[in-house]
Design a protein around this ligand. Structure first.
Ligand SMILES: C[S@@+](CC[C@H](N)C(=O)[O-])C[C@H]1O[C@@H](n2cnc3c(N)ncnc32)[C@H](O)[C@@H]1O
Length: 235
């Protein structure tokens, strides 16, 4: 049984496996995943991210649904004193990420090859500096909107685990999804939008590391929206 199947409050709808893994990726998964994987997911919010790493780290960032993880691989190299947590249920994506990072053997990353939400629930209050949700699945049909990962319930959980002034960073090139994510976050008491002008969410931020999705551009891709929210100081 997978972690998400054990968790009744939230159902996971995405893919877990695709094309059969080739030699290098299979090896990367078999060899690196056991050492980097987060194994224990208590439901009581008792995992302090500091306990996941073997040395003291200054900041903690969680990337949800990192795909093949090219962006995450660069980010963790750029910030060696930040602890990164990545969740990606799709085995092809996780194996690509591990294949890419194994050469450098970074000690500031822990991963979960499963639905991110049970892990979100396991993390302790006010323990993260940022959560990245980049190009989440759009679930276009109205009857599937409840499957979108940005929703009021999940925002409650994100608000709990973010530190005051912690960042919630979301992107998408799908206009209706951009509107949806923005509205959900704006309606939530814990978050405020940091944009002052349209430039702030329409233009690629300085020093932004692009995801594979953003670099390759899906067929018919639209213009990216960079939706940066901050958790209110007082909550
Ligand atoms: C459209 S892809 C974007 C991948 C990557 N963020 C990028 O921008 O290139 C969405 C990703 O979210 C992952 N995903 C979907 N639901 C998820 C969940 N509940 N927890 C973690 N990852 C999830 C999918 O497996 C997929 O890799």
């Amino acid at each position: 049984m997978t972690i998400s199947e054990q968790n009744q409050e939230w159902r996971f709808y995405g893919r877990r496996a695709g094309r059969k893994l080739n030699g290098a990726r299979r090896e990367a998964l078999d060899e690196c995943y056991p050492a980097l994987k987060i194994t224990d997911l208590p439901k009581d919010g008792s995992i302090n991210p500091t306990s996941l790493f073997e040395r003291p780290l200054k900041k903690f960032i969680f990337e949800i649904g990192f795909g093949n993880g090219e962006r995450l691989a660069q980010h963790l190299k750029q910030e060696p004193n930040t602890g990164f947590i990545g969740a990606e249920p799709f085995s092809n994506g996780m194996s690509a990420f591990l294949n890419e990072t194994q050469e450098h053997n970074p000690d500031n990353i822990r991963v979960l090859m499963d639905d991110a939400m049970p892990l979100v629930r396991s993390l302790s209050d006010q323990s993260l500096d940022a959560i990245y949700v980049l190009n989440p699945d759009p679930w276009h049909k109205a009857r599937h909107h409840k499957r979108r990962i940005i929703n009021a319930d999940n925002l409650d959980h994100f608000a709990r685990i973010l530190k005051p002034r912690g960042k919630l960073i979301m992107t998408t090139d799908v206009e209706p999804l951009a509107e949806w994510m923005c509205t959900q976050a704006m309606l939530h008491d814990a978050f405020q939008w940091t944009a002052n002008t349209a430039h702030d969410w329409r233009e690629t931020p300085k020093d932004w590391i692009k995801t594979r999705y953003e670099t390759k551009g899906a067929k018919g891709a639209g213009k990216m929206n960079y939706l940066f929210f901050e958790k209110n100081k007082s909550i």
